[in-house]
Design a protein around this ligand. Sequence first.
Ligand code: GAP
Length: 430
Amino acid sequence: MKEDLLQKVTALSKRRGIIYPNSEIYGGIAGFYDYGPVGVEMKNNLKRYWWKYMVDKRENVVGIDGTIITHPKVWEASGHLSGFSDVVVECKKCHQRFRPEDINGKCPNCGGTEFTDSRKYNLLFKTEVGVLEGEKIDAYLRGEACQNIYLDFKNVVDSTRQQIPFGIAQIGKAFRNEVTPNRFTFRTREFEQWDMQFFVHPTEMDKWFEYWKEERMKFYKGLYRKHDNLRFYEHPKDKLVFYAKKAFDIEYMTPWGWAENEGIHWRGDYDLTQHGKFSGKDLSYTDLKTNEKYIPHIVETSGGVDRTFLFLLLDSYEEEKLENGDMRVVLKINKDIAAYKAAVFPLVSNKEEIVSKARDIFNLLSENNKVVWDNRGNIGKRYRYQDEIGTPYCITIDYETLENDTVTVRDRDSMKQERVKIEDLNSAIN
Ligand code: GAP
């Protein structure tokens, strides 16, 4: 199963409205995907889950929501215009292009063993701002979401009560013209990142770096089921960018091996210094207690939302043999991320009292929960469908409900059913 897990998850995503290839009726476009009716609910829950963990529960992290297009100088200052590139080699036999780390001496497509020398391609997407000739300027879709945080640093200091150490968090789109988008939503050209930049005094970098490294691993352990599939990867010292003292990735074990999920980066004072230089503005910070003036140093945590989403699907996909010999596909996804908290089924759709009672329960639950209605087909089929999209509970309203105001609640993972009083339903599904 491990080998074809990615294909199974890709097929399930299409079949059940989780993720679709973008522009499919035109033949698709490599590296772009849409989230369907089920997927968008899951993705919103996933982003809320991160926001709760990183912002809501902390007194010293605030959020922003920045634009995708910024002043073009940003990308000069950040180094992306000159240095943000992908190194690619081409197979001489089938002419497919690969990243050198993906080939292992052999072409993954045709088995060829001869490759061209590596070439570099800049990954920034270019666009134009303005419509009149002579007034148009070249601009770029942001190649990483975090730049807005540096641009807004001074505004946040001046407009909030935060003092160093504190963090700024953001979830937002980033765009990279990847030469080799691949593995479903693992490497795409348009994706979302969840970033947090933590601003500290230079002497406190080590302490906060270690703190965030552990916090971020704790976050992923809370999210995924299979903790053995998580590890830290430490970047070798000789591969670090010049301003970094250390860098770690949190990796997830995918069917194609360990893969990066998130980076914890030592950015030092590089970003604020660069933007200070290129903008001519003073981005230093003055400590209110000591009057010390300095450029804050930064610990960054930067992960991919779509990539986490894909790893979650891989982490939760199961095929189980049932007692009657049938197979069921079940997504044992974290209950906080599942698209729906529960599905509501009237046992039959031709008995008005049952349907109407079921509607009342749907209305009651949907006050505080995202629930889904299904009255199509037999109950077994409805269970199979909800299992495939990971709905934690299925609630069936039947003849007994009319007698004693109880319903059956069926658990996704154990498949056990129990009768629950309608008044207790809210707590039973939360
Ligand atoms: N600001 C730092 C930064 O952008 P990165 O390691 O280039 O660091 C952070 O990106 C995360 O964004 C990665 O760990 C990965 O999860 C996600 N990511 C990067 N490129 C991606 C792509 N082409 N498709 C999907 N996710 C991507």
